[in-house]
Structures are given as C-alpha cells and as structure tokens.
Design a protein around this ligand. Structure first.
Ligand code: G3P
Ligand code: CA
Length: 242
C-alpha cells in the first residue's frame, strides 16, 4: 500500500492556506487529496477557513459567525503572501467544484470547539449529496461527538478521529466509535507503542499530521501509515519516492 499524501489547507507552504490557489497547486503537485477546515457564516453558508475569526489570515477582523458570506468575500485572504493579493475565501461548494473533475479526495475538518455550529453536520451531508461528492469525503474533527453525529446521519460516511497528544491503544477507542481512521499528530504517532500493528489488525487507517520534513515523511511511509498530511506535498511525494 502506497502512503497517500494529503495537502494540508492545500499546498499551504506556497499559496495562502485554504484558498483556491492552494488547492489548485495541490492538484498540480500530484497530491492524493486535500485537507481543509470548515466554518459557518451568519447566513448559514459553509466556508473554508481554519480559524473561527478572520484576524490572522485576512485584512479584516471579527468572528466568521458574525459575517455573511458576501461580507467575507470582500476581504483579502492572501495572508501576506506576495503574488496572491486579492485571494478570496472559498465556499465549500467552490472547492468541490474545483476538485470534482480530478481524482483527489477531500478531508474535511469540522471546526466546532472554539465556536460551535450546531447542525453543521446536516449542511455538510446535504452539500456532499447535492454536489455529487459521495465517496470522496473523509470527515475529521477534534470533536468526536460531531463525527458520531455525521456517522449517525449517514452510516456510509467516513470518519477520522483527530488528536494531538499520545493516546494509549487508540485503535481500541477507534473501534468503539466505528471510526475508519485515526488522525494523530505525527509525534503522538511516534510515541505510541504498537500503533501500526494495532491499527492494522483493527482495520483502522492512520493519517498523520502535519509532516513537512522529508526525513519524518520517509520514516512514516516506511512504517506503512496510510496517509501523510502536509503543507508541502511536493517535498513529501519526493521523500517517499513518488
Ligand atoms: O488535519 C490535521 C490538522 O489540520 C489539524 O490541525 O489546527 O491544522 O487544523 P489544524
Ligand atoms: Ca485542519
């Protein structure tokens, strides 16, 4: 099994994170999939942004949940990267429109804890159906209740459990939640004895984040992790011999 490479917020080392240029670059670099984050606007639209405020990545200030989609579209999300002035925040539908014609998969991270978006699971699944993206999406979240909700509403949906610190026997927890994958920070994965064998025997995939150096990527691929989530797909693809 060749380790898959997921572009974290797109090829975000080279283009503004979570924007169409970053996702386009991920396609061009040969990534197997993209990872992105979703938030919900004041008028109930799903937009692609990591933080629950626009402060860090745009020329505006304030909480996403207090802007309409149209208001957000006026902001510059180039994040200070030269050559990308005027980059706009994409809606989830716009990203689906870009990815649909390719063979890439999408890992949607559902942001929920800083600002909860009750019912976002309904909107996500509806958008997936309407855009014909069934079978192309892997939902992940640090909030595992949200993933259970997604799974309850659509038993065919794929879910990956995000976590940052080392867990004891995470494959047992993942089996209990009937998850398809665990998404550990790559250092947490390295500090977990028996992780590879435990997950392999339990049928749980491992997608490690966020790996940007060639040496760590090569070591993870050699240990047969299913996926590496990275800001620089080109570096990781080269490091793992693809
Ligand atoms: O999916 C891995 C990673 O995206 C989780 O952390 O903060 O980059 O969204 P963060
Ligand atoms: Ca993320």
């Amino acid at each position: 099994m060749a380790t898959k490479v997921w572009a974290h917020r797109g090829a975000s080392a080279y283009a503004p994170e979570n924007t169409i240029p970053a996702f386009q670059l991920a396609i061009e670099q040969g990534a197997d999939g993209i990872e992105l984050d979703v938030q919900e606007t004041a008028d109930g639209k799903l937009v692609v942004l990591h933080d629950d405020t626009v402060d860090r990545t745009s020329n505006g200030f304030g909480r996403v949940a207090e802007f309409t989609c149209q208001e957000l579209k006026k902001l510059d999300f180039s994040c200070g990267m030269r050559g990308y002035e005027g980059a706009r925040i994409p809606t989830l539908r716009e990203v689906y429109g870009l990815i649909k014609g390719s063979n890439l998969r999408i890992n949607i991270e559902i942001k929920y804890d800083a600002t909860p978006y009750p019912g976002i699971w309904d909107k996500l699944l509806q958008t997936e159906r309407e855009m014909g993206m069934a079978g192309r999406i892997l939902y992940s979240s640090f909030n595992h209740y949200v993933l259970l909700k997604v799974r309850e509403l659509d038993p065919d949906s794929e879910i990956g459990l995000l976590y940052g610190n080392a867990m004891v026997d995470p494959w047992i927890y993942a089996q209990r939640l009937k998850a398809d994958a665990i998404h550990p920070h790559y250092l947490a994965a390295q500090h977990c004895p028996g992780l590879i064998e435990g997950c392999r025997d339990a049928g749980i995939a491992i997608n490690a984040w966020t790996v940007n150096d060639a040496q760590s990527a090569a070591a993870l691929a050699a240990s047969n992790v299913h996926g590496i989530i990275t800001n620089c797909p080109d570096v990781v693809l080269r490091a793992i011999g693809r």
